[in-house]
Design a protein around this ligand. Structure first.
Ligand code: NAI
Length: 342
């Protein structure tokens, strides 16, 4: 495959450590990448006066793909979240979160393997709130045919290209008959174009109950923005939490792959950070780039390394290893796999 040019935003806190780990694992998997590296967040403010300089946006638009580490967002004062700005400016309308059980990440559930697709641009996150009269505020839920159709297509296309058998739309159309009703109607219309993929739907409260009772019954879940925000974290909890799941925000203009955890200032610079979440996002990124072979090799190596000794797992997963120990074990496993195939 040709060399890929990818925008790299290491971020801050543990961001530079986990991105460096992931970059070297991608290299060990034999993927040829030229990284276009930029500062964002506080570092970019001190250098360029903007937490998300135009150069960064231009780079993502040019390369159409970015790998991003976590960025500290000041609380109360300071700059607005660059994650929200990235999503809005680049119209990254689909949020994708695959959720899969992993060896030696102990939870109450086994063999969970589902994907949450969340609409990222509208619903109650449109920011349209106002005071009607003193003591009464209104927050507008915006649902459009255009965005509902586009996200439904995304979910079915994803299901088709990733060998998934079913897409379940999640809603509360029994109460919000117009807004959630439109979302559901668009889903049903789009589903007609995908006869090989089963399409069903669940009311959001029932879905939450069913997810904690038996998550294995679900495959791809399709949700509006607010339900998707909540359910994507609920499902992360089924497989070990935010430290082990991948995230991607995808649009026509480009795609940003990132870990869903934050910058973990408490452990930054101590060689303790777990790169697994960002690595899982990098696997999604490689799949998005059509690098299916390396993506699978990295996935297989993750399974092997997690199943091996505690010295290869970081402390958040109950291991005794460092960031470097996990990264070294991943590269060693990948190299062994390559030699075995020679
Ligand atoms: P956090 O996710 O950074 O940390 C919560 C706890 O999880 C901490 O104890 C931390 O040590 C641990 N942790 C997180 N990631 C880990 C990893 N990879 N390996 C091992 N342990 C890990 O959440 P917190 O403390 O609420 O946020 C810190 C900063 O990160 C804030 O400024 C927040 O705004 C920002 N943030 C950025 C995000 C992004 O850029 N995508 C997402 C979430 C938060």
């Amino acid at each position: 495959m040709a060399k890929h040019k990818i925008t790299l935003l290491p971020g801050d806190g543990i961001g530079p450590e986990v991105t460096a780990a992931v970059v070297s694992i991608i290299e060990c998997a034999g993927v040829d990448v030229e990284w276009d590296k930029y500062f964002v967040g506080a570092e970019a403010i001190s250098r360029f006066g903007d937490p998300l300089p135009q150069d960064v946006l231009d780079s993502i638009l040019r390369n159409k793909i970015a790998l991003k580490g976590p960025v500290t967002t000041p609380v109360g004062t300071g700059f607005a979240s660059i994650n929200v700005r990235l999503r809005k400016t680049l119209d990254l309308y689909a949020n994708l979160r695959p959720v899969k059980s992993m060896p030696n990440v102990i939870t109450r559930y086994e063999d969970v393997d589902l994907v949450v697709v969340r609409e990222n641009t509208e619903d109650l996150y449109s920011g349209l709130e106002h005071e009607v009269v003193p003591g009464v505020v209104e927050s507008l839920k915006i649902i459009t045919r255009k965005a509902s159709t586009r996200i439904a297509k995304f979910a079915f296309d994803y299901a088709q290209t990733h060998g998934r058998r079913k897409v379940t739309a999640v809603h509360k159309a029994n109460i919000m008959k117009m807004s959630d009703g439109l979302f559901l109607q668009c889903f049903r219309e789009v589903s007609q174009d995908y006869p090989n993929i089963e399409a069903d739907d669940k009311i959001i409260d029932n879905l939450c109950m069913q997810l904690v009772v038996n998550p294995n019954q679900f495959d791809v879940l399709l949700l509006e923005n607010l339900y998707g925000d909540i359910v994507s974290d609920l499902t992360a909890g089924l497989v070990g939490g935010l430290g082990v799941v991948a995230g991607a925000n995808i649009g026509e203009a480009g795609a940003v792959f990132e870990a869903v955890h934050g910058s973990a200032p408490d452990i930054a610079g101590q060689n303790k950070a777990n790169p697994l979440a960002l690595l899982q996002s990098a696997v999604l990124m490689l799949q998005h780039l059509g690098e299916m072979g390396p993506a699978k090799r990295i996935n297989d190596a993750i399974e092997k390394v997690l199943a091996s000794g505690p010295e290869h797992r970081t402390r958040d997963l109950g291991g005794t290893g460092s960031t470097a120990d996990f990264t070294g074990a991943m590269c060693e496993t990948l190299r062994k796999g390559t030699r075995a195939n020679d």
